[in-house]
Design a protein around this ligand. Structure first.
Ligand code: SF4
Length: 201
């Protein structure tokens, strides 16, 4: 059954553009996530997504037959619980711990390798704590290179581009587990509706 939500094709295009920019930035800046690090995923109270961003994964989970069980697991979950998609002990060979990396939302693609703008409009790259602890001058060095012209993806630009793809489900951000639960429910209701329409024919 083909379920459509407006904006999802464009969302893939925005993600492809962002992933290209992030790869270019990482290569030129010479930075990379630490091997098997899960720090940014484990600090879930800072991981927020819109319902719209969680729709691609929700559609996939319903197709896989795993949505209902996950939806029940998410019932009553505290907003600050770590993301349910995080594998605490990622297998060898994975660079992080995301069990659905291909479907991760915007913030998970931006974190650590994108810039916000300070009050003077200058880009400041949000280097993660584990990298900063490894090299305390890294942030200043990279910000200086960005001021000197090193291209970096800008968080506000990508946030705006994604939010406007779906004015209803794309504007509000929620803790990631809540956004996922809502998205699973919305897709589930849509499937139920289409199935009952088909039965009535
Ligand atoms: S969706 Fe994946 S990358 Fe994002 S917080 Fe959850 S586990 Fe981490």
């Amino acid at each position: 059954m083909e379920i459509q939500f407006p904006g999802l094709d464009q969302l893939s295009e925005v993600y492809a553009d962002l992933d290209r920019q992030v790869s270019g930035f990482k290569r030129r800046a010479g930075i990379e996530c630490l091997r098997r690090c899960t720090y940014c995923c484990a600090t879930a109270k800072f991981v927020e997504a819109s319902i719209f961003e969680m729709l691609p994964l929700s559609l996939h989970l319903w197709q896989e037959g795993r949505a209902e069980a996950l939806w029940k697991n998410l019932e009553g979950i505290h907003p600050e619980e770590p993301c349910v998609l995080l594998q605490a002990n990622p297998p060898e060979g994975l660079s992080g711990g995301c069990s659905y990396y291909r479907f991760r939302p915007l913030v998970c693609r931006l974190f650590g390798f994108a810039a916000t703008l300070d009050k003077h409009g200058n880009p400041r790259v949000g280097i993660c704590r584990p990298l900063k602890e490894m090299d305390k001058h890294m942030s200043d060095r990279i910000d200086e290179r960005v001021r000197g012209g090193l291209p970096v993806p800008l968080m506000p630009d990508f946030s705006r581009r994604v939010a406007f793809l779906h004015p209803h489900f794309g504007q509000e951000k929620y803790p990631i587990n809540l956004a996922l639960r809502e998205a699973l429910e919305i897709v589930g209701r849509r499937i139920h509706f289409l199935n009952s329409k088909r039965r009535d024919r």
